[in-house]
Design a protein around this ligand. Structure first.
Ligand code: CA
Ligand code: ZN
Length: 300
């Protein structure tokens, strides 16, 4: 298995980032990853003295996937997510949905034992590991790893977890895949501005889907056993929702033969529109459509 070390840090996704590894499609790769603070926040308390804000939201990589050409689709199957035995959560002034209610910030270090996060002595939450940042180089310029967009990035989608597949656009040769920002526990919304942020590693298998023999896929998408999902991000949550819904309706009409009216009615009856997060510079919506209503289970 290929390993991408935690030393290969990027803070933005860009075609300018030098690949740290070249792999063939079908390869399995372990990305060793930092939490969103790059492990700078390790003790409970108030405030963030000493935190270098230029070193937040690191991703590791990027990986060049041989044969991936602009217009192709990069399929990233999440084989497993490993996490360390404690994570950090924060809230405070100007952070997240409740940021105006605080005058200072609070840091909580949360131990993780036996697949439970020990929020307090008596309150334990089951872990739901997910990958917060996963993306490829955008077609031009660079996008901070703190921002989600068409290239993936900081989508903070809790369905990006063991067994799920993330479909990303290939914008530049090799795609340049990078990821980081594992959460041990997170709920839809991520309202406080963090999940339970944790160092760890993500093992993935990458494949390339050639558009020519593929379908018209509105990317990024996430697939799991039960659903196909469209993901869209915008500074305005309403616009993100419109985009994610229209992407799903488009997927159904172009690839599944539904009329526009049937696709819309079917989504209205069967597709859940959910919030991934409402705290990043762009907010993220996902639409979950059950595979059981798709021809042959849909997509790939
Ligand atoms: Ca994040
Ligand atoms: Zn995070």
């Amino acid at each position: 298995m290929h390993v991408v070390s935690r030393d290969t840090i990027v803070y933005a996704m860009s075609a300018q980032n030098k690949p740290v590894l070249n792999v063939e499609p079908g390869s399995q790769i372990q990305f060793q990853t930092w939490d969103c603070f790059q492990a700078q926040v390790t003790s409970a308390g108030k405030g963030f003295d000493g935190v270098d804000w230029n070193r937040v939201n690191p991703a590791t990589g990027p990986v060049y996937v041989n044969g991936a050409e602009p217009g192709d689709v990069l399929s990233v199957k999440i084989d497993s997510i490993e996490i360390e035995q404690q994570g950090v959560a924060v809230c405070g002034k100007d952070m997240g949905t409740m940021g105006a209610s605080f005058t200072e910030s609070t840091i909580k270090i949360i131990p993780i034992k036996d697949n439970m996060a020990h929020f307090s002595e008596s309150l334990h939450l089951p872990i739901n590991k997910m990958v917060g940042v996963i993306g490829v180089a955008p077609a031009s310029g660079e996008v901070s790893c703190g921002v989600p967009d068409l290239h993936g990035g900081n989508m903070d989608c809790k369905e990006i977890t063991d067994g799920a597949t993330v479909l990303l656009p290939v914008n530049v040769p090799g795609a340049l895949l990078a990821m980081g920002d594992i959460h041990a526990v997170m709920a839809d919304g991520e309202i406080g501005v963090t999940g339970l942020e944790v160092n760890g590693s993500v093992t993935v298998t990458v494949t390339v889907i050639k558009q020519a023999k593929g379908k018209e896929l509105p990317l990024p998408m996430v697939l799991n056993k039960h659903c196909v999902m469209t993901i869209a991000s915008d500074a305005d949550l309403d616009i993100a929702a419109d985009m994610a819904v229209s992407n799903m309706v488009g997927y159904l009409t172009k690839n599944e033969g539904f009329t526009l009216a049937d696709a819309v009615m079917l989504c209205s009856l069967a597709a859940d529109v959910r919030i991934c997060q409402i705290v990043d510079p762009k907010k993220t919506i996902r639409v979950e459509f059950p595979r059981k209503y798709l021809t042959n289970g849909g997509v790939v």
